[in-house]
Design a protein around this ligand. Structure first.
Ligand SMILES: [Zn+2]
Length: 473
């Protein structure tokens, strides 16, 4: 809609005193317009350019994002993991949030719109300020006032935790993998305290589940997890007992080479709870393969049996199960929804990038072919960042496909994985003159087809939520 000489986003009109703040498009640029009713432009704290007639043109800088979050608290992240169900989507490119909002405004699921790992930041050349600012602007643009979270995902050091918290991130996912010893590691001996606590005992968890430890199993649990537990306790004491920070805490023990057994899950949860560590969610490593961007691969009945037990353990201690690499795991969503009794945290990350590439394939098959070629050429390098096993020989030759067939590649599991893992290399590829080979062209395309992208992404994420058993409200 037209307003004060600009094409503005209708849902972004927000009054502050006698002024109106809204988001507008000006050719290729999105910006904030601050309009004062009474003559001279009122800045409200924003830094911008006076356009006359009481209008201030406000660029989307970090400083202005901070002002926006102060003026409109709904644009700042809040804690929400303790409430019912939650879903982390992340916004790898900084353009996905409008599409995500189209889904979450209709479902009773707390969304975590900002959710990036340090690996993703490095591969996309972004910072946490940038990630959070993009989400704040999008939430304002779409008038989404229901609240959202921001997750410093898979953080491995105190320094990174502090970085995310200092920016106001509302959730920290602590990745313990550097401290988890390989399967088979055993403690040398058991302390009298450990023997007393765990041996010759049956732990009754309710719902028909009870667990007990043999001496060997206990030696094994301590051997594998003792250092990780010390790491969690240290981070908790440093950051989560401090009133300055108010964030949800997730324990991630999923990045291991072998699945987390129910006994190991119980041991970790009991040790942390007994040490007074309070956390909202815990991510075990499940059986089977949760590879990025494709459906579950593994033994479905076994998965169902194990998630049932993991669910009981989580309920016993009072936290939620967190399921990582959740994108496209359509065959296991019904059992996840059922066995968690609809109380879960799911994370997807790269699927918003894949949907963005689907839009490229639809709108500009030629550009998609170029990107696809490049992804194939750098596959070896890209596969160093992610654990995936695509078979490139199964991917149809992109040159042999008609324009109309090109988007179909984004439904092909091997092609999805190929594109999924190469995002960093694709975005960072430069020409000899130093300009980006793909990045600027891709962002221009996404900007001029933002409605199409929002629609594609919303449909894709909605499919996840419905299969998890959540009803539209
Ligand atoms: Zn994970």
């Amino acid at each position: 809609m037209r307003y004060v000489g600009f094409e503005v986003y209708e849902k972004s009109m927000h009054p502050v005193g006698s002024s109106v703040v809204c988001m507008a498009r000006d050719v290729d640029e999105t910006l904030i317009i601050c309009v004062s009713q009474g003559g001279a432009a009122e800045s409200l704290g924003f830094t911008g350019q006076d356009l006359g007639d009481g209008r201030l043109r406000v660029p989307l800088t970090h400083e202005n994002a901070c002002v926006l979050r102060r003026l409109f608290p709904f644009t700042a992240p809040v804690r929400g993991l303790r409430r019912g169900r939650s879903f982390g989507v992340g916004d790898r490119l900084g353009i996905a949030t409008p599409g995500h909002i189209r889904v979450f405004e209709h479902y009773d699921v707390f969304p975590v719109f900002a959710q990036q790992s340090i690996r993703e930041l490095n591969l996309t050349g972004r910072t946490y300020d940038d990630v959070l600012d993009a989400v704040s602007f999008a939430v304002f643009q779409e008038g989404f006032t229901q609240g959202f979270g921001a997750d410093g995902d898979h953080l491995k050091t105190a320094q990174d935790v502090e970085y995310a918290l200092s920016l106001g991130f509302s959730m920290i996912t602590l990745d313990c993998s550097d401290y988890i010893k390989p399967e088979g590691t055993q403690a040398l001996s058991l302390s009298p305290g450990d023997k007393d606590k765990y041996l010759n005992k049956t732990f009754t968890l309710g719902e028909g589940l009870s667990l007990s430890f043999s001496e060997k199993e206990l030696l094994h649990c301590i051997g594998v997890y003792a250092d990780a537990l010390a790491f969690v306790r240290d981070i908790y004491t440093r950051f989560f007992t401090d009133a300055r920070y108010a964030a949800d805490f997730e324990i991630s023990i999923d990045e291991t080479s072998t699945p987390t057994s129910p006994l190991q899950h119980f041991f970790v949860a009991k040790e942390l709870t007994d040490a007074g560590v309070s956390f909202a969610t815990l991510a075990p490593r499940f059986c089977g393969a949760f590879q990025k961007g494709i459906d579950y691969r593994g033994d479905l009945p076994q998965f169902e049996a194990e998630i049932r037990v993991h669910g009981v353990i989580a309920r016993h201690f009072g936290y939620k199960l967190s399921i990582h690499s959740g994108s496209d795991k359509f065959s296991v969503f019904p059992s996840i929804g059922r066995e968690t009794r609809g109380v879960f945290h799911i994370k997807t990350a790269g699927t918003n990038w894949l949907e963005a590439m689907r839009v490229v394939a639809q709108v500009d098959p030629g550009l998609y072919r170029e990107v696809h070629h490049y992804a194939r050429a750098v596959f070896e390098e890209a596969s160093a960042y992610y654990q995936v096993t695509p078979d490139l020989s199964r991917i149809p030759e992109v040159e042999a496909l008609t324009d109309a067939e090109v988007p179909g590649l984004l439904d092909h599991p091997d092609a999805r994985q190929l594109i999924h893992i190469s995002y960093g290399l694709i975005l960072n590829k430069k020409n000899p003159d130093g300009s980006y080979t793909f990045k600027d062209r891709l962002y221009r395309l996404w900007k001029s087809h933002e409605g199409l992208y929002a629609q594609a992404l919303a449909a894709h994420i909605e499919k996840h939520i419905r299969l998890l058993g959540v009803q539209k409200r």
